[in-house]
Design a protein around this ligand. Structure first.
Ligand code: GDD
Length: 398
């Protein structure tokens, strides 16, 4: 791959947030061009061996809830062979057992492709048992099962990725029409992570565009309603502390992102669709230097967040309605609002935004999404006892 060097960055305590990196060539060529080693070059070439090295150690978690089977298949088809896909489904089991249909399709697909994979239902008692054994009860509801929600499916995916011994974990939604886009996201994850000098790294994808039909023609929209608002307030939080206005955070709602396992296990998480915005909040709270950090080793090594602009347009299942969008805005801003590092002036701005758009009432405050403490609190040795990986029906060894 040939892409811009991560040159400019915003620093916040031990966190380095790199500005958006532009991709020049998705395939950077067989030979390494020594000219790119020049300190004056602004473009870099990442050797293909390095990309494969990371992909062999990477899980791609695919959260799915009642999507068309063909879409899920399209996502699977785009995952590079060496990555281990973990499909966490919260699809209906009755009156029609959609999960069974997904499982049959995924098992058959991976048998033909000779691809190792894991597929679990989010509400399966066996999955809940992993967290019970590991002493991490936060993710379980009153029925003793893993809570519903996209974030909760992702957390289950991280725990399974850790149990399968992988070093990196990425996330790609299952409702993507183009396997080529999925493939690009996975490649950008490995390219992004390969640049890090710290064990605590993250890659977040900014979509090139989201095509829409406008006046019977195609319009390539750049910003969604939710990310426009989330990024604005995230940047305001950063500016408050640095004293310099900035626009560098562009990926506040990046559903497509990846992390080193070392970082994934240390962050706190929040529920549902606030999860991606909360990554930033957790990074700022834990390693921003405003509050005391529970992890001095991370304060020393620093964290690195790479934001990368994909080249494929993002074409996914049609928008799920105004209610969904408003809920995403409320959740994203709620995690900023309720953070102990959110200044009063920003809280006022957020309240004004949510009240003006009638997402909350005149005297209401934004809801407080459920929080999950760091997954490093799981006793993974004990957690793995109930999962017999080799015997597990849907885990096909290579
Ligand atoms: N396992 C699991 N459990 N998966 C779920 C759940 C759940 O409870 N709810 C939704 N999903 C899956 C969907 O099937 C889809 O693959 C993915 O999670 C994203 O859900 P959507 O409902 O399609 O979200 P979206 O397209 O509106 O928003 C996406 O993009 C945003 C950025 O614009 C999400 O990835 C957001 O998290 C992201 O911020």
């Amino acid at each position: 791959m040939r892409l811009e060097l991560p040159a400019r960055a915003e620093r916040f305590g031990a966190n380095l947030f790199y500005n958006i990196q532009k991709i020049y060539e998705l395939d950077g060529g067989f030979e390494l061009d020594s000219e790119f080693a020049s300190p004056f070059h602004v473009i870099q070439q990442i050797p293909r061996e390095r990309l494969y090295e990371i992909e062999r150690d990477m899980v791609i978690v695919i959260p799915v809830k009642n999507e068309r089977l063909r879409l899920l298949e399209s996502a699977l088809c785009g995952i590079p062979h060496d990555c281990l896909p973990i499909i966490v489904s919260n699809s209906h089991r009755d009156p029609v057992d959609r999960f069974r249909m997904e499982q049959n399709m995924v098992d058959a697909f991976c048998r033909y492709a000779k691809k190792r994979h894991i597929i679990v239902h989010q509400r399966a008692p066996e999955l809940a048992q992993v967290f019970k054994n590991g002493g991490y009860h936060h993710l379980l509801d009153e029925e003793g099962l893993v809570h519903s929600g996209k974030a909760e499916g992702m957390l289950a995916g991280i725990a399974l990725a850790r149990l399968s011994g992988k070093k990196y974990v990425g996330f790609i939604d299952s409702d993507n029409y183009f396997p080529g886009a999925v493939f690009e996201y996975a490649r950008l994850f490995s390219a992004g992570l390969s640049q890090s000098k710290s064990p605590y790294s993250m890659v977040r994808i900014q979509w090139h565009s989201k095509p829409k039909i406008v006046d019977s023609g195609l319009f390539f929209a750049k910003w969604g309603r939710v990310s426009r608002i989330t990024n604005l307030y995230l940047n305001q939080l950063l500016s408050h502390y640095t004293g310099y206005e900035t626009e560098s955070l562009r990926t506040g709602n990046a559903g497509e992102h990846a992390m080193s396992m070392d970082l994934a296990l240390l962050l706190d998480y929040s529920a549902g669709f606030s999860v991606e915005t909360y990554h930033f909040v957790s990074l700022l709270e834990k390693f921003g230097g405003v509050l005391p950090s529970p992890y001095p080793e991370v304060m020393k090594a620093g964290t690195e967040v790479f934001q990368m602009e994909s080249r494929n347009p993002h074409f996914h299942e049609a928008a799920k309605g105004d209610k969904h969008i408003r809920e995403m805005i409320e959740y994203s801003l709620a995690v900023l609002y309720h953070s102990p590092i959110c200044p009063e002036s920003l809280k006022k701005e957020i309240l004004r935004e949510l009240r003006r758009s009638r997402i909350i009432g005149k005297d209401e405050e934004p809801l407080q999404p459920r929080r999950y403490p760091a997954l490093s609190g799981i006793d993974f040795e004990a957690a793995g006892v109930s999962m017999d990986w080799q015997q597990h029906g849907n885990f096909i060894p290579a």
